[in-house]
Design a protein around this ligand. Structure first.
Ligand SMILES: *Cc1c(COP(=O)(O)O)cnc(C)c1O
Length: 406
């Protein structure tokens, strides 16, 4: 069976061959433990980790020692939120976040609430999924120790006004954590200019390996402290014990270096592909709605709702040809419509018809054309089978229909 076209790059990205090439020697030839100080095996591993640390730091305008390696952004989010709440508990116990954050952030906040360790404000978003800096400012109290707002949403691609939030956090003396897993390497990110104190990122969302992430922890102005969530040998300045995943880290570093080098050209290419896909679909189909912000969005993200079509049926109709996601990868196991779309005020019905197209580095115009054509065919076929669509076309106002219930 031929592989379908991969267009789910917000769930994960394929590894760049240049990343794999950089990693390979560190599986067998240079297998040392980066914490072994007494022999060349350890030194070689440590040197490779140092290089990667610099590459990752450079990608976000940080210093190498401010990068703490983790198993991925889920762990980084947990460490940032729980670590700050615990360490600063004598200063305050209030955390501010937003309803459309990734589950790694939301569930970390909920865990703190359940344990009686924090009070959390979940800020709403506007119709485009954007949080308002004014709302952030007015939510801050004398008790607030942390603001956690993501850079770019993984479902709808909306970019939050990170720099403005960073400025507010600085003015009020509150720490600012940013889950930038979808942002780093896709949009310019700079912890200095953006006023970010803690930043989560993950290798597998930027063409690196899975199971490898990092947390940036500001060292000066202010120096951020954390209570670790994993105890052990005191690696990573005591914030995250555990033997480092050297090949993964080498790949992570290389992936960051490439992503930043190619950021501008890649963003321009992806915006071109996204526009082509959008126009290819909406040129042929009526009643297709864009979810998320029209311009302030990730270059590679297109999230569309198709009236009168069930998202799952649409995916079933095309999943031999193209790999896409309905709503979010994390919620697609359930039939609940996405909590992110709900937060935007998208109606239950349209939320059920949403598809996320995640374009990435290796997608081509030819692939976009195939996907647009297939989507149009399948949506037309499903609509032809839909009595609701037929009624709507005949001009019957569906809201006025008296439905018979059994
Ligand atoms: C993928 C993702 C995560 C989780 O990252 P992992 O490395 O897979 O644990 C967290 N936040 C956002 C916004 C993501 O897109």
């Amino acid at each position: 069976m031929p592989q379908p076209i991969y267009m789910d790059n917000q769930a994960t990205t394929p590894m760049d061959p240049r990343v794999l090439e950089a990693m390979l020697p560190y599986f067998n030839e240079h297998f040392g433990n980066a914490a072994s100080r007494n022999h060349p095996f350890g030194w070689t591993a440590e040197e490779a980790v140092d290089t990667a640390r610099s590459q990752i730091a450079q990608a976000i305008g940080a210093k190498p020692k401010e990068i703490i390696f983790t198993s991925g952004a889920t762990e980084s989010d947990n460490l940032a939120i729980k670590g700050v709440a615990e360490f600063y508990k004598d200063k305050g116990n209030h955390v501010i976040t937003c309803v459309t954050e990734h589950k790694a952030v939301l569930d970390s906040c909920k865990a703190l609430e359940r344990a009686g360790k924090a009070e959390v404000t979940y800020l709403p978003v506007d119709q485009y999924g954007m949080v308002s800096p004014d709302d952030v400012a007015s939510a801050i109290t004398d008790n607030t120790v942390l603001i956690s707002i993501m850079a770019a949403n993984n479902e709808i691609g909306t970019l939050h006004p990170v720099r403005e939030i960073g400025r507010i956090a600085k003015d009020r003396g509150v720490l600012f954590h940013c889950d930038a897993t979808q942002g780093v390497g896709k949009i310019p990110m700079d912890v200095g200019q953006d006023g970010i104190d803690l930043l989560s990122l993950s290798a597998h969302k930027l063409y690196g390996p899975k199971g490898c992430g990092a947390l940036y922890v500001r060292a000066r102005g202010p120096r951020v402290r954390l209570t670790p969530i994993i105890d052990g040998g005191g690696h990573e300045r005591g914030m995250r014990s555990g033997t480092l995943n050297v090949p993964g880290i080498v790949g992570f570093g290389k992936a960051c270096q490439l992503a930043v080098q190619e950021l501008e050209t890649e963003a321009a290419k992806l915006i071109g592909l996204r526009t082509r896909l959008h126009d290819g679909i909406t040129g042929e189909l009526e009643e297709v709605y864009l979810n998320g912000h029209p311009t302030q969005r990730l270059p590679g993200n297109l999230n569309l709702s198709f009236s009168y079509v069930e998202g799952e049926s649409l995916l079933m109709g095309i999943n031999k040809d193209v790999a896409l996601s309905s709503g979010s990868a994390c919620t697609s196991a359930t039939l609940e419509p996405s909590y992110v779309l709900k937060a935007l005020g998208v109606g239950e019905e349209l939320a059920h018809t949403s598809i996320r197209f995640g374009l990435g580095r290796f997608n081509t115009e030819a692939e976009v054309d195939i996907v647009a054509k297939r989507i149009v065919e399948v949506v037309q076929r499903l609509r032809d089978l839909s009595p609701l669509y037929e009624m709507a076309k005949e001009g019957i106002d569906l809201k006025s229909v008296q439905w018979k219930t059994a």
